[in-house]
Write a protein that binds this ligand. Structure first.
Ligand SMILES: [Zn+2]
Length: 91
C-alpha cells in the first residue's frame, strides 16, 4: 500500500532527468530511490535513460528518449487512461 509520500511512476519519469543531473533535493532523491526499490518498471526506465545519455553524451530536451518513455507508458497501461491522447504509432 503506497504511503502518501510515495512517488508514482509518472512522477519518477518526470524527475528522472533531474535525478541523473543530480538536481534533486535530498528529500526528492530519497523518494526517487525508494520508488526504484519498490517498482519493477522504473529501474529499467532509469537504466535506459542512463544508456541513452551515455550514447548522446549529454542530456538535452531533444535527447529525451521518447521511445523509452512511450514504452514505459505502455507498461503502465493505467496511465493511458489518465493521460489524454490516442496511442501514436512508433513510426
Ligand atoms: Zn515505478
Amino acid at each position: 500500500m503506497p504511503a502518501p509520500d510515495d512517488l508514482t511512476c509518472r512522477e519518477l519519469v518526470e524527475l528522472v532527468t533531474d535525478y541523473l543531473e543530480g538536481a534533486l533535493s535530498g528529500r526528492d532523491r530519497a523518494r526517487f530511490e525508494a520508488h526504484l526499490l519498490d517498482c519493477d518498471g522504473c529501474p529499467l526506465y532509469l537504466e535506459q535513460m542512463r544508456r541513452t545519455i551515455r550514447a548522446v553524451g549529454a542530456l538535452t530536451e531533444q535527447g529525451m528518449p521518447q521511445a523509452a518513455k512511450d514504452d514505459l507508458l505502455r507498461r503502465f497501461g493505467d496511465w493511458k487512461r489518465v493521460r489524454a491522447g490516442p496511442p501514436v504509432p512508433g513510426r
